[in-house]
Ligand binder design. Sequence first.
Ligand code: FAD
Length: 148
Amino acid sequence: MLTRVFYISEVAEGVTELDVQIVLGVAQVNNRRLDVTGMLAQSDGHFAQLLEGRSDVMRQLVARIATDQRHRSVPTLLQDAITTRQFPRWAMGLIRRDDMAQEMLELHRDGCEHNGQARWMIQQLMAFQPAEECVGPEAGRRDCRKST
Ligand code: FAD
């Protein structure tokens, strides 16, 4: 069974752009192996991540990510069964969304009672999927750009 998990966390103090690129590189290698796909968005203070994969794989992965010290306070805002992946081309994409900093802050603060808000944010992340595939060694070093 396929599951998707969405969370928002606070970026830990001292985490740099380089740290995030390292996270992305490791995530892409691992996720390809685990057949996990998704998107990581970053604002000034928060990460928002959508992960999709087999339920058993996702349980372990999300538990591992939640203990990572490069971020903190990692509540799962949405977890549901899916039949189709929303990010089938992305072992893990990265987008910078400073324009959504306030929404990320509020959703992180208010938590999962705002289910509709979480779904809305996932839609926002999906709008930034580029038209072309992003695979191979370049993928880890490239941000997603909004397709035109
Ligand atoms: P090891 O490299 O053996 O790490 C052991 C422990 O140290 C882990 O708890 C790890 O989280 C932590 N760690 C490793 N490097 C650092 C560092 N530089 N600074 C602080 N702590 C560190 N991994 C995925 O596989 N897929 C994902 O989609 C994914 N998304 C992530 C999203 C975010 C926002 C963050 C912060 C991390 C993400 N990770 C992801 C990384 C994940 O947390 C693990 O570091 C990674 O999966 C490797 O796990 P490991 O136990 O093999 O790591």
